[in-house]
Design a protein around this ligand. Structure first.
Ligand code: MN
Length: 240
């Protein structure tokens, strides 16, 4: 039976080798033979540009994904808030298609809206302001014009600062805004939304315009990790 798997928020980094090992095992075992694998953002803890593809850790991840895609699984990648500088070169190297956020797709006859999830966290005004800056071509042009060591240093500093900011924020504003979820489902006329980012895995049922809808939140891999498996028979959230 054909299956479609979805993952996000792996936050892969050379600093957490056990997570990378789990990911390699996932590609070899659980994901082998699937029809497609969707990576809905934050595959990497950070990504400073496709010209860093030669770095040993990045090369090991890219190599694993390339051989996975070569085995016939269609591979799709969406930007997260950590790895939004992933570009065509990285995707070309691993044999993946880069998806826009949001992306609407028919999966087993259900219109399904795929998102990373950060755009739904509209109560976090500071983050949304930073997102507008970081996604602007001016900021990206300037950042990518720096040397790799300069970029790495800048990103590590940003990460340290964001850890402090996040720790000081109330938990509610780090979750999705209910109205933003409803608006996205309504606008795309989708009965199903799948996203990551909030690290609050689960399934939520709601009703929009009198129609039942469901929202699946993918697990992060800082914790146990896991994935969502879709089949004709239904969906299942699997935790490692
Ligand atoms: Mn994220």
């Amino acid at each position: 039976m054909s299956r479609v798997l979805l993952i996000s928020d792996l936050h892969l980094s050379g600093e957490r080798p056990a997570t990378s090992e789990r990911f390699f095992r996932f590609l070899r075992d659980e994901a082998a033979g699937a029809q497609a694998l969707y990576v809905l953002g934050d595959l990497f803890e950070y990504w400073i540009g496709d010209d860093d593809l030669g770095e040993a850790f990045n090369a090991s991840i890219a190599g694993a994904l390339r051989s996975f895609a070569r085995d016939g699984v269609r591979l799709y990648v969406m930007h997260g808030n950590r790895d939004f500088l992933i570009g065509d070169r990285f995707c070309g190297a691993i044999g993946a298609e880069l998806l826009p956020d949001p992306h609407l797709v028919d999966l087993f006859s259900t219109r399904t809206l795929l998102m990373h999830g950060d755009t739904l966290c509209t109560d976090d005004h500071d983050y949304q302001a930073w997102r507008r800056v970081a996604r602007s071509s001016a900021w990206q042009r300037d950042f990518l014009s720096k040397s790799l060591p300069e970029r790495r240093k800048a990103i590590l500093e940003l990460r340290e600062r964001s850890k402090e900011v996040v720790a000081a924020k109330p938990a509610e504003i780090m979750d999705v805004n209910e109205a933003a979820v409803r608006d996205a489902l309504r606008r795309h006329a989708a009965p199903r939304l799948i996203h990551g980012h909030t690290h609050r895995p689960g399934r939520h049922l709601l009703e929009v315009e009198g129609e039942p809808r469901e929202r699946w939140v993918l697990p992060d891999w800082y914790g146990r990790g896991g994935y969502l498996a879709l089949e004709q028979a239904g969906a299942q959230l699997i935790r490692f």
